[in-house]
Ligand binder design. Sequence first.
Ligand code: NAD
Ligand code: UFG
Length: 339
Amino acid sequence: MVFVTGGAGFIGSHTCLELLKAGREVLVADNLCNSHASSLERVERLAGKRLSFVRVDVCDREALEKIFSEYDIDSVIHFAGLKAVGESVGSPVEYFSNNLGSTLSLCSVMRAHGVNRIVFSSSATVYSGSFGVPSGGFSESSPTGECTNPYGWTKFMSEKILSSVCVANPDFSAVLLRYFNPIGADPSGEIGEDPEGVPNNLMPYITQVASGVRERLTIFGNDYDTPDGTGVRDYIHVSDLARAHIKALEFVEKNTGCEVFNIGTGRGTSVLELVRSFEEVNGVAVPYVVGARRPGDLGTVFANVSKAERLLGFRAEFGIRDMCRDAWNFQKRNPHGIK
Ligand code: NAD
Ligand code: UFG
């Protein structure tokens, strides 16, 4: 059975759906600090299959110990974590203790129970911006570190923890997936991104402007060295990202050691291009103003995805228009979220 921490969240719920569709047995552990158990009920309905769920804090080593004794777990996908970049600057202790505490508790309990396979949610944020973006995009061997916020450091350090565990235990297998910018929602519109309060990220902000919850989008700078001056990112449909986890799971089942993979599309899209696609595909207006740059933002971030294509056999299938359509479909069907 696959133990999925943080499985009730945005990326976790989509991955649970893909796991069930692939015939996997799934046990979700989530403390619901940023999600609702109803997302898992929806996943079960969409898949026509059941999963198991325990409400637990993954930092709680004793609770994990009990779970690993009760269930027949053979691999772990570790999504659980706090992820708001800005919030992490004001609450570093909470971010380090939650994001590193959960990784360390898991490693310790996995060792005690001889569970040697893990897929970890890392982030493109670990790449160091000061050398510029290589012409082919960030590759897995691009320099990392120099993170600009505690959240980024928790990903950097969790990667170090897991790669060190692989060195100590030759039977251990870890895949570190560096996600670029996951957006969109399952095409059913049943599960999706459901942020509390003011969204930090672009796509949930756009959907809230389009639905009238917020008046207008502020574009953070139009003076970057990009074709239209606005920031360029590598957006990936969350259902594609979810499928990448199935490939990663197959990989840890066949290999030992630590491997890092970028998960993106390999294509950059600017803020203005995303806004225009959203308006065009969905026939709605997204009023915006141009404001100052957001501190810490890079102009261009996109992935070199050749390693994931070559070794995982993963390639994203959905395009920007699909992402815009599905994000809006989810917002329309769930104007008050999925609680
Ligand atoms: P999310 O907040 O929707 O999901 C995270 C889940 O983890 C939530 O359900 C939350 O309740 C749970 N959780 C947090 N701390 C926990 C703990 N100590 N014990 C148990 N459950 C806990 O976020 P998401 O967008 O689905 O992100 C999943 C993972 O991917 C995170 O680790 C995040 O840092 C990483 N990531 C996300 C993005 C992105 O843009 N969404 C990009 C790169 C990496
Ligand atoms: N942006 C705006 N207005 C907004 C929000 C965002 O113009 O209201 C712009 C940003 O300046 C950036 C682009 O939209 O150019 C994307 O911003 P997001 O906040 O959606 O995404 P980021 O690329 O900044 O960060 C995301 C995740 C991080 C992760 C990182 C990895 O939020 O957790 O991708 O690249 F670390």
